[in-house]
Each structure stands twice: as structure tokens, then as C-alpha cells.
Design a protein around this ligand. Structure first.
Ligand code: ADP
Ligand code: MG
Length: 322
């Protein structure tokens, strides 16, 4: 059975002066209808490149897509023309929340003007009906005093309020698939928790499928059924988020988890430092891995099932299971 959203064999690379630098290779990733999937990885792992590839927004001359498929509801997005992506997918069936709300909101227009423009272009409403819908959406995202909010400019809002406005705009276009790229990255912890709770509630209410991108593995078990860990453009662990978080099998996932402060008194632990040379042709995590052995220098471990639906790309994790 094909999933609602499915990636097969996707490779993305960038042209550099001398060569093509691969930045993303995903053999398989599936999201069912109405499911939230969490994608976690450190900065530079390729998360935003993936989001932009799905939306067809990678700068074309700079990028090459070697191969692959991105299926959304039975249609391969990589086969769609720019025009089709613009008129039928982006902002219509697929909405995106970027990590910095100020890059989405225009500083010279009020919140009301910006939400109304989305509603008018995507829903074809006009005048009073647009304002009514805009008010409704601001209430859905639990922004108090919605009428006053419509008249405000982005700089008059707090970071959390801005992100709620962006979520309202994403919902207003009625998209069925939402890509949220680190939506809480620049927010305080308490505000972050509020936005995550809102996203979980809205996902239930609107039955959207969501690709939730985070750089903190602690965020995904709040909202995600399944989660994947991206390292240097490849999934190194994948499966039910509870399993990935509570019984991580890949040493990189374990490092990410040990870096989550459990209470206020606990200081952030440092991720493992590079102590070994790279192993070309071997495991990409070799130089940082505390468990690495000789076998890890010989070939790259494939992503394999290690426990039920949980997969890990690690010879050590796979051995432990057998
Ligand atoms: N337009 C581009 N041209 C060349 N390299 C790029 C471009 N955009 C991103 N990259 C590279 O791709 C890799 C993944 O970046 P990105 O997806 O932004 O990471 P993340 O979102 O996980 O922090 C990085 O090494 C980055 O330098
Ligand atoms: Mg990013």
C-alpha cells in the first residue's frame, strides 16, 4: 500500500566548483494521512533542503535532483511543473511554516491584510466574508482579542503570537499537508510548549498530515506518532517516536537524547567530540561514534529493522538484536 505521503530513493545535491556535493539521500520515508511525523537532526543535516525539495522551491540552477520520487496522495511532486506546483500545490494542498515568522510575514502590512490576502487568493472569498474567516482563524489559533490583532503590524507582536498568525495563515488555505520547519526554534521554552500543544490540537481537529521538523529530539514525542533522525542527509533511525526516544538504538540518537536537559538543575551535556578520523566508505557517524568498531570502517550500515517497526542504520545496534 502506498502511504499518503511517501519519499522513495530521493537524492539531492548541490553543484560546487569542482563537483556535486550530495546533501540528502532518503531511501524511504512514509507519512500516513492524518499523521504527524517528526524529523530531527542537527543544523546542516538537510532538513530544510528536504522541505524545500518537497515544495519545489530549491534554487533550480544550484540544485540537481539525481533521482527519486515524492508522492503526495498518489501524485509524484517531482514530476510536476513549476507552474503546477505554484497553482495547485504550494499554499493550497501543502502549507509551510518556516522557522522564522518574520521571513513569512511582511513587515509593512497588518496581520489582517496578510491573512485576508491568503483567504482571498486561496478561498476566493471577498469583503466581509474574508474578515469573518480571518477572525475565525485567529480564534482557532487561540489569539486573544482577534479583532484588535487584525489591525496590528508584525513587529507589534511577540514571537509566539507571530508564529500563531503563521499557523492561522497555513490553516486558512485549507492545506491537507503541513510542513513545519523548526516552528518553535526561536521561542522561549514556555511559549514553545504552548505552540506545540496548539499544533497537536489543530492536527487532531483538522486531520492534517504533518512533517514536523525539529532540531531537538525532545519536541517530537509531544506531537509525533513516528519520528526519524537525520544525520548528514540520511535517516539513521526511524520508527514510532516513543521507541525512538525511550529506546534509541543508534548512538547518534542516544547522544541527542542525552543532550536534553531533564530538569532545570541539569546542565546541557556536550555531544561526543570528533576523536577519530573519518572512515571514507564506512559509517558516516564513525568519527563521532563511541561504539564504533572495525566493521564500521568497511561499509556504510543500511537502515534496517531492529525492533518491531524501529529501524537503525548501525551495525552495532543490528548486532545487539541478533
Ligand atoms: N542553496 C544551497 N547551495 C549549496 N548548499 C546548500 C544550499 N542550501 C543548503 N545547502 C547545504 O545543504 C546542507 C543542508 O542544509 P539545510 O537543509 O539548510 O540544513 P538544516 O535545515 O538541517 O539545518 C548544508 O550543508 C548546507 O550548507
Ligand atoms: Mg533548517
Amino acid at each position: 500500500m502506498t502511504a499518503y505521503f511517501e519519499i522513495n530513493n530521493l537524492s539531492v545535491g548541490f553543484h560546487t566548483f569542482e563537483a556535486i556535493r550530495p546533501v540528502l539521500h532518503i531511501e524511504h520515508l512514509a507519512i500516513q494521512r492524518g499523521e504527524t511525523y517528526g524529523l530531527v537532526g542537527e543544523s546542516g543535516a538537510g532538513k530544510t533542503v528536504l522541505a524545500l525539495t518537497i515544495l519545489g522551491l530549491l534554487p533550480k540552477p544550484a540544485s540537481i535532483i539525481h533521482s527519486g520520487e515524492i508522492w503526495l496522495d498518489g501524485q509524484d511532486l517531482l514530476k510536476k511543473s513549476d507552474q503546477e506546483m505554484l497553482t495547485r500545490y504550494r499554499g493550497k494542498r501543502i502549507a509551510m511554516i518556516f522557522q522564522d515568522p518574520m521571513s513569512t510575514l511582511n513587515p509593512v502590512f497588518t496581520v489582517g491584510e496578510q491573512i485576508s490576502r491568503v483567504i482571498e487568493t486561496q478561498k476566493g472569498l471577498k469583503g466581509g466574508a474574508t474578515t469573518q474567516k480571518a477572525l475565525e482563524m485567529l480564534e482557532v489559533v487561540k489569539l486573544p482579542d482577534a479583532r484588535r490583532m487584525l489591525k496590528k503590524y508584525p513587529h507589534e507582536l511577540s514571537g509566539g503570537q507571530r508564529q500563531r498568525v503563521i499557523i492561522a495563515m497555513a490553516l486558512a488555505c485549507g492545506a491537507e499537508f503541513l510542513i513545519a520547519d523548526e516552528p518553535t526554534r526561536n521561542l522561549d521554552v514556555t511559549i514553545q510548549a504552548g505552540i506545540l500543544k496548539l499544533m497537536a490540537e489543530l492536527q487532531q481537529e483538522f486531520k492534517m498530515s504533518v512533517l514536523f521538523i525539529a532540531n531537538n529530539v525532545g519536541l517530537v514525542n509531544v506531537v509525533c506518532k513516528n519520528a526519524g533522525i537525520l544525520y548528514q542527509g540520511k535517516l539513521v533511525e526511524n520508527g514510532p517516536s516513543q521507541q525512538v526516544i525511550h529506546s534509541a538504538r543508534h548512538p547518534y540518537t542516544q547522544t541527542l537524547i542525552s543532550a536534553i536537559p531533564r530538569d532545570k538543575s541539569e546542565k546541557l551535556k556536550f555531544a561526543s567530540l570528533a576523536i577519530k578520523p573519518e572512515a571514507p566508505g564506512g559509517c558516516p557517524y564513525y568519527s563521532r561514534c563511541p561504539l564504533a568498531g572495525q566493521v564500521c570502517t568497511l561499509s556504510e550500515p543500511p537502515l534496517e529493522f531492529v525492533d518491531g517497526e524501529q529501524q537503525a542504520a548501525c551495525f552495532m545496534a543490528q548486532r545487539r538484536d541478533s
